[in-house]
Design a protein around this ligand. Sequence first.
Ligand code: BJ8
Length: 424
Amino acid sequence: MSNYDEMWKSLNIDLDTHCKLLDVLGQVYTDIYLNQGNRPEAMEYFDFVVGEVHGLRIKELLEHKAKGGFIAGAFCLFVPDELILAAGGLPIGLCGGADLTTAKAEEFLPRNICPLIKSSVGFKLAKICPYFESSDFLIGETTCDGKKKAWEILNDFIPTHVMHVPHMKTDAGQRVYRLELERLMGKLEEAGKRKIGFENLKKAIELMNNKRRALARLYETRKHQPSPISGKDALLISQVAFYDDIPRFTASVDKLTAELNKRIEAGISPFAGTAPRIMLSGCPSVVPNWKLHHIIETSGASVVVEEACTGTRYFETMVDESAASLDEQLDALTQRYLSINCSCFTPNTDRIEQIIKYAREYHVDGVVYNTLQFCHTYNVEYTKVEKALKEAGIPVLKIETDYTAEDAGQIQTRIEAFLEQIKS
Ligand code: BJ8
């Protein structure tokens, strides 16, 4: 990475701790990613993006701000990127997937809450995330109790707008979300000093839909037996989707998909044809959390689909592009965003049906259900998911974990036993 110290200093980053973070990340990335065999050449772009994660992309964000734009950091799929873009902003996914700042976060948060929340808050408190420090404000949401209350703490450090996300997909829930879009628009128009307007929103909707379509085409290649790409690489792409430049990302995914289709024709895969095919389902695996994918794939299986926000939930539905007015566009956004099958909803039967559908489409041999510690909604929802999978004859294993490496050995043993069970 070029020397970005001056840029980081201007963002008030704690340079010593940040340097340690980059060293650790560099080593982990080499071990987990670069040492994989038989990777597609087009992954070079994504390796480059990770190599420049706190460098070039931050420089681009700061250039955007210098031209009068703004940066809005968010933590959840329910925050509509389209509105941010239409107001002249750039949306950035800020969720943290590392344990490094947990101790810092625990100065303000109880120990027994989800590691994703602690990591996210910890990154801000420790001043080691240039994405946080480049953000003009945050957009939080009320999906789960831990996050809902964490925004109150973060708001003391950076202005945080909170969207109320309803927990039922009823007509009343639709009206609430629609009103929240209008309230968010006011905030964004103030930040961007411009009206969102029909044309700006139309462009933003098309931009985001194109990105989703590119990801859908990429995931399509993973249905092939064997998959032409590792689950780890596919996960990385889903993670990069949250912060990379959108047109460049979309073009890079398309380039990779074209290569993957050629690999399918040539019979090239990182896996043997007999490797068990696994779906990972549940909580998001946000960067740099590669733990479960790495354990599963180094145990001889292939992760072929992620039913997660770092996976299918990110791209599976489009915003209707046929709206003829701003009002209709907001309706279309409401419809699309409330179709996300997050466990914060009750009931959440669509998610269960989706999991079974994906299990069939991706020719899955087993499901690893991923729940982060203290994530009550995904944890409780497991009971329903397990029942449906068992009725469909699909083996499932639940793993409850955090961001530490302490349980890695125990998880590996359980995954290996699960894979034996699948093979027998
Ligand atoms: S749309 S999955 S990104 S809320 S923070 S709920 S892990 S206890 S992330 Fe999520 Fe939006 Fe839903 Fe997706 Fe559990 Fe932790 Fe809460 Fe979490």
